[in-house]
Design a binder for this molecule. Sequence first.
Ligand SMILES: C[S@@+](CC[C@H](N)C(=O)[O-])C[C@H]1O[C@@H](n2cnc3c(N)ncnc32)[C@H](O)[C@@H]1O
Length: 263
Amino acid sequence: MTQIVFDDRAAQQLDAMYRTRDVVYRRRLVREALAPAIGQRVLDVGCGPGFCTAELLADVGPSGEVVGIDTSPAMLEAAARRCDGLGSVSFHLGDATQLPLQDYAFDRALCVQVLEFVLDVPAALRELYRVLRPGGRVLIWDVDWSTLSWHSANPARMRTMLSAWDRHLTHPALPRVLAPALRSAGFTDIRVEGHAFVTTALDPETYGGAALGNVQRYLGGLPELDQAEVQAWADEQRDLGSRGEYFYAVIQACFTATRPPTV
Ligand SMILES: C[S@@+](CC[C@H](N)C(=O)[O-])C[C@H]1O[C@@H](n2cnc3c(N)ncnc32)[C@H](O)[C@@H]1O
């Protein structure tokens, strides 16, 4: 296991990647599914560099509030800079499995591409449940990396690279088990929408186009991999891109659920 470390360098990389067209589109899907209203209190768990936090501040308006939590000081710094002067916002260093927050404090909570990195997912879901008010809604977004379809003329080499890439996180196929996990945590009205991110171009504005550099960087740090093979794999992808033969597709799952209202 060599999970990605969310340090200064990762914060800079996410800062660039989260401005790209597909990730901007993903945030639009998140905000539509979460549907926060003016005046509401929203919790962004694993807020990262704060792009979503900043947009949510506009959704809740000056009478609302957004709180961001992250385990990475570098991400929190970037998020605080991004959200400075945008409204009522605060950031706290904290873990999804032990939120430094009071019970019943939020109308909405979201956790976008975070739980796939968290060892104890049931504990994180219990915490989200605890801090939501009765009737409050949660949104969990994660990638099902087992659906990744990435074209190569050398499928065996691609399999080696993708099984190494699976080690960048804790749960490569978390969406498969999220519905029962949400139910066990007490949530009801569990819904899911799958979103396919598909590209046929090595275009950095797309999720699949940006993936090549990110995955190559990660694989380049794994001493157990033959680095000449990693380079040959990346070179092939760039060749496919220049010939108009690139193909990358992955399904990302957006779950929403409700903490039942008290009767
Ligand atoms: C892929 S980024 C997603 C950032 C943000 N949710 C977004 O979509 O813009 C994952 C973030 O989760 C944070 N994270 C990882 N494990 C965490 C944990 N146990 N508790 C809170 N945050 C965590 C990382 O530091 C990183 O900022």
